[in-house]
Design a protein around this ligand. Structure first.
Ligand code: ADP
Ligand code: GN1
Ligand code: MG
Length: 368
């Protein structure tokens, strides 16, 4: 797909920002959509071109986003909160639709910018990380009774780790850019964990883990923190809200946040799991989920962390081999660097496996 800038003007004209000649600037650190900040009359907006590489059915995606944000808005209001700040609000296009399709087939949508918030790229303090845990735990609880059957699967097999490994194997076999030779260690690391890829899926198939409505992309930078209170305010990036596993929502947060390095850090000596951050997040997530999780889910939390990290590494490596068509990159080799940090974190989780399981047991004991 062409640069979003090529049709940005068309998109700007399709929505009413309250004044003529609005400007848009690239915004945020998401890997998937093209995000712009728009200065409208008296308020700001987020304008996004939905990734066509990630999302094949953007209309269905928008149906999910509208359904979920409206539902959350009602629940938040019922509990005395402020829906305008605590969830996203979709702004309709001039033609009344929830999105606009440009002359090249790109799909654009607009949200109100949630003012007075900060979006962090790293868990700078344990308190901050705990706050994000409360936000995602609360998200789980708020959506507990959401009619799951009405949700479209926006990315088929999104957290199907077995399928992700199959796709990695296909990319290794095809190796269109002759890159596999430089990733032998990472490939070996991932293929050696083939049986692990089935751990959560087997538990789901056997009825040990339940399917729930989950966020599926619970990175720290997918929650906005209140600038004044430091508390988590608004869970964003709702494109992958689908039926899924609670342990994956837990695990993806751990993958990204329970360490002190960037996702693409090249010095792997800096990439280490911080078990204290893991502990702090687990307690906050479970408390805010308000008993929504079963004992089996709590016991599988370490698997959620390990599998989301392994799976994300598999996805980064697959994208590197396929020519970086899915995750945005700013420099060559970035997806390989990302894959390497994920391998390092998985190895660290394995090294601390008993401690991670002890966290679950302590949480269960505390809840009794
Ligand atoms: P991606 O799928 O590419 O990650 P996101 O929806 O997460 O896209 O948006 C990218 C970034 O834009 C976020 O990490 C956040 O910094 C910012 N952002 C998105 N929506 C809003 C909003 N409504 N208000 C304030 N910031 C936002
Ligand atoms: C993407 O959209 P963003 O940047 O919040 C990706 C996640 C990955 C993450 C890795 C729809 O998240 O699955 O875990 O990058 N989102 C999608 O940083 O594929
Ligand atoms: Mg995001």
């Amino acid at each position: 797909m062409a640069q979003a800038e090529q049709t940005l003007r068309e998109a700007l004209a399709a929505f009413d920002f309250g004044k003529e000649a609005v400007e848009a600037v690239r915004y945020g650190a998401g890997h998937i959509n093209d995000t712009f900040l728009v200065e409208g009359e008296g308020r700001r907006f987020i304008l996004q071109r939905v990734s066509s590489a990630a999302f094949k059915e953007p209309d269905k995606l928008m149906e999910n986003v509208v359904g979920v944000t409206e539902y959350l808005g009602r629940e938040i209001a019922r509990q005395g909160g402020d829906p305008a700040r605590e969830t996203l609000t979709v702004v309709r296009a001039r033609d009344g639709g929830h999105s606009f399709t440009d002359s090249q087939g790109g799909v654009w949508r607009v949200f109100y910018y949630v003012e007075g918030t900060v979006c962090y790229q790293a868990a700078e303090t344990p308190e901050l990380f705990a706050a994000s845990g409360r936000a995602f735990g609360r998200f789980q609880r708020l959506l507990r009774d959401y009619p799951a059957a009405t949700l479209h699967e926006t990315i088929p097999r999104f957290h199907d780790t077995e399928d992700r490994l199959r796709r990695l194997k296909a990319a290794i076999a095809a190796d269109p850019l002759d890159r596999a030779k430089d990733c032998r260690a990472e490939i070996g690391f991932m293929l050696a964990r083939e049986s692990d890829c089935s751990a959560a899926l087997s538990a789901l198939r056997e009825g040990v883990l339940p399917l729930r409505v989950t966020h599926n992309d619970t990175k720290l930078n997918n929650v906005l923190m209140d600038e004044k209170t430091g508390e988590a305010l608004c869970v964003i990036d709702l494109d992958t809200v689908m039926p899924g596993l609670s342990i994956n929502d837990f695990g993806d947060s751990i993958r990204f946040g329970a360490n002190h390095s960037a996702e693409d850090e090249r010095d792997l000596s800096k990439v280490n799991l911080d078990v204290d951050l893991y502990r702090v997040y687990a307690a906050a997530f479970l408390e805010a989920a308000g008993g929504a999780l079963t004992e089996a889910e709590v016991r599988y939390l370490p698997w959620g962390a390990k599998l989301m990290t392994l799976e994300c590494g598999i996805r980064f490596l697959t994208d590197h081999l396929e020519g970086d068509t899915y995750f945005h990159i700013d420099r060559p080799g970035q997806n390989l660097d990302r894959a390497r940090t994920q391998c390092k974190l998985v190895a660290d989780m394995e090294a601390h496996w008993d401690e991670l399981n002890a966290v679950s047991e302590a949480c269960l004991a505390g809840a009794r």
